[in-house]
Design a protein around this ligand. Structure first.
Ligand SMILES: [Zn+2]
Length: 80
């Protein structure tokens, strides 16, 4: 599990690495920090840590689930 914390609003988020790879691709942590943005609009790089939940911690741990990315397809018309 990957924990991402915004230094601006201190909001921690936990994501499954598979979801992150789906969003940003299989990138290094440094790259991930630069690409991820917090919803608060803070311009800080986010702190990315690997979270290994154990025992009671794992219970009730909130994991942000990825909402499928919608790619909008815009038709472009061209006169022949
Ligand atoms: Zn934030």
């Amino acid at each position: 599990m990957t924990g991402i914390r915004c230094p601006s609003c201190k909001k921690p988020n936990n994501y499954s690495p598979a979801d992150l790879i789906a969003v940003v691709g299989d990138v290094e942590v440094d790259e991930l920090m630069r690409r991820m943005k917090c919803g608060c609009g803070g311009s800080h790089f986010l702190d990315v840590t690997t979270v290994i939940p154990s025992g009671p911690e794992a219970v009730g741990l909130k994991i942000g689930r990825l909402v499928p990315i919608k790619v909008k397809r815009v038709p472009v018309w061209k006169d022949d």
